[in-house]
Design a protein around this ligand. Structure first.
Ligand code: C5P
Length: 422
C-alpha cells in the first residue's frame, strides 16, 4: 500500500483536503496528515482524523505523539509528501529550510518526493518573494501543481492563486506514486536524493542547447519565421546552468533576456545556427529545442523586392535547410553522449515523434502538441511526452521551467549512469 503524508497548510483551501483524503483512500492510498497551527483555524484535526482514519499530527513537541510515531519515522515512511494548501508562508519556510514546527521538520527530514499545491491571494502568488521561493524549491526538486486561475475566496477577487482541484491532485499524486515505485526511477527526477546526485553529475559537463525560431531572409527587410518564443529552450539552458553545467545556448531571434551564467551565441538563420552549434562541440549533452525553419529562400534578393504596378507577385523558390539535430546526432566520435530533440506536432504527436527519434538518430525525443487548441506556443505551461528507446512517458501538465528541470535531471542521471558503467 502506497503512503502519502499530507501536510495541510493554513488557507481556506484546506477544506478541499477532506475530499482529497477520501478520494485517495478510495484508490487504496493510505493518507497520514500533519496540520500546521494555522490549518487548524480552517478545519479541525478531529475531522481530518475521522476521514483519514489515522491520528493527526499537529505538534513537534507533543511527547506522546513523538513516542508513538516520531517525526523522522513519519518522514521516512511516506512514499510521497503532499503540501496542500501550500501557503506563501509555508513555501517561504520550506525554501529557507526551517524546521520550527512539525510540518517543516518533516519536510526537511523526508527523502520522499514532495508535491506542493500552492493556494493564496494572486498578489501574494505573483510577489517576487514568493516566485523566488518557488524557483528555489523547484531547484531543490519540489514538484508543483497549480495554482489555477479563477475566483478567489475573497468576494470579487480573481486571478492565479486557487489551489488545484481535488481531481487534478489525485491524478498527479497517482502518477508520482507510480513513478516512485518503478525501479528505473520513473519520475525519479522528483526524488530529492536523485536531484542531489543529478546536480553533482552536471558539474563539469558541457551542455549545448538550441532555442527559438530562425529567420530566413527573403530580401534585406523581409524574412520567413515561425511562432517559437524560445521559452522552452531558454528554460533548458537555465536549468542546465543551475545543475552546474557549462552551457552554450545557440539562440535564434527571441524577445528573451540571455539566461544568467550561460554563453549565448545569437544567430538568425538555420545555417548560422548549425555553424554555431558545431563550433560549440564537443558537448556531453545536446538539447535541440529550436524551431528551425525547414526551408529558406534559394536566392534572397540583394535589395528590397519592389512592388511594380501590374506586375505579378514574385514567387519564392525554397530550398531545404540543413537539419542541425540530425547532423550533430550523426557526428560520429564528436556526437554528444546524449542527444535530445523536440517534436512539435499538431496531430499524431507521439507517433510522429517516435518516427523522428529513429530517423534522426536521437536518444530522447520530447513531443508536444502545438495545435492551436493546445495554446502551447508562447505559453508558460506545456504537456509533453518523453520518448526514449524504452518507451513513452506521458508527463503531467507542467510549467516550461518545470519540464526543463525535470528533463535535465533525467539527463544528468543518465549521464552519471553511463559514466559508472563505462
Ligand atoms: O523535423 P522537425 O523540425 O519536427 O524536428 C524537430 C527537432 O529537430 C527539434 O529538436 C529541432 O530543434 C530539430 N531540427 C533541427 N534542424 C532542423 C529542423 C529541426 O535541429 N533543420
Amino acid at each position: 500500500m502506497k503512503r502519502v503524508l499530507l501536510i495541510i497548510g493554513g488557507g481556506i483551501a484546506a477544506y478541499k483536503c477532506l475530499d482529497l483524503i477520501r478520494r485517495l483512500g478510495e484508490r487504496g492510498i493510505a493518507v497520514r496528515c500533519v496540520m500546521t497551527q494555522a490549518a487548524q483555524a480552517f478545519i479541525t484535526p478531529l475531522a481530518v482524523g475521522a476521514i483519514s482514519n489515522e491520528p493527526v499530527a499537529t505538534d513537534l513537541f507533543d511527547l506522546d505523539a513523538e513516542r508513538e510515531i516520531g517525526h523522522i519515522r513519519m518522514a521516512r515512511e511516506a512514499d510521497l509528501v503532499v503540501v496542500a494548501p501550500a501557503t506563501a508562508d509555508l513555501l517561504a519556510r520550506m525554501a529557507q529550510g526551517h524546521a520550527n514546527d512539525l510540518a517543516t521538520a518533516v519536510l526537511l527530514a523526508t527523502r520522499a518526493p514532495v508535491l506542493a499545491a500552492p493556494a493564496m491571494n494572486p498578489a501574494m502568488w505573483s510577489h517576487p518573494a514568493t516566485q523566488r521561493n518557488v524557483r528555489q524549491l523547484k531547484t531543490d526538486g519540489v514538484s508543483f501543481i497549480g495554482p489555477n486561475a479563477g475566483e478567489m475566496a475573497e468576494k470579487g477577487e480573481a486571478g492565479v492563486g486557487r489551489m488545484a482541484e481535488v481531481a487534478e491532485l489525485v491524478a498527479r499524486i497517482e502518477s508520482l506514486l507510480d513513478g516512485a515505485g518503478r525501479g528505473d526511477g520513473g519520475f525519479g527526477f522528483l526524488n530529492v536524493a536523485a536531484v542531489r546526485s543529478a546536480r553533482a553529475s552536471l558539474a563539469g559537463r558541457h551542455v549545448l542547447v538550441t532555442s527559438g525560431p530562425t529567420h530566413e531572409p527573403i530580401d534585406p527587410v523581409r524574412y520567413i519565421a515561425n511562432r517559437s518564443s524560445g521559452k522552452q529552450g531558454h528554460a533548458i539552458a537555465a536549468a542546465a546552468r543551475r545543475l552546474g553545467a557549462r552551457v552554450t545556448l545557440v539562440s535564434g531571434p527571441v524577445q528573451l533576456p540571455d539566461p544568467e551564467g550561460v554563453e549565448v551565441r545569437h544567430v538568425q538563420t538555420a545555417r548560422e545556427m548549425l555553424e554555431a552549434a558545431e563550433a560549440a562541440l564537443p558537448a556531453d549533452l545536446a538539447v535541440f529545442a529550436a524551431a528551425v525553419a525547414d526551408w529558406r529562400v534559394a536566392a534572397p534578393g540583394g535589395g528590397k523586392i519592389k512592388k511594380a504596378a501590374g506586375a505579378p507577385p514574385p514567387s519564392l523558390e525554397l530550398v531545404e535547410n540543413p537539419d542541425i539535430l540530425r547532423t550533430i546526432a550523426k557526428r560520429g566520435p564528436r556526437r554528444p553522449a546524449l542527444v535530445i530533440g523536440f517534436a512539435a506536432e499538431t496531430q499524431n504527436v507521439v507517433e510522429y515523434a517516435k518516427a523522428k527519434r529513429k530517423a534522426k538518430g536521437v536518444d530522447w525525443m520530447v513531443a508536444n502538441d502545438v495545435s492551436e487548441k493546445s495554446g502551447v506556443f508562447g505559453a508558460e505551461r506545456t504537456r509533453v511526452h518523453l520518448i526514449t528507446a524504452e518507451g513513452v512517458e506521458d508527463w503531467p501538465d507542467m510549467g516550461k521551467a518545470e519540464v526543463a528541470d525535470a528533463l535535465l535531471r533525467r539527463a544528468a542521471a543518465y549521464l552519471a549512469e553511463r559514466r559508472e558503467s563505462v
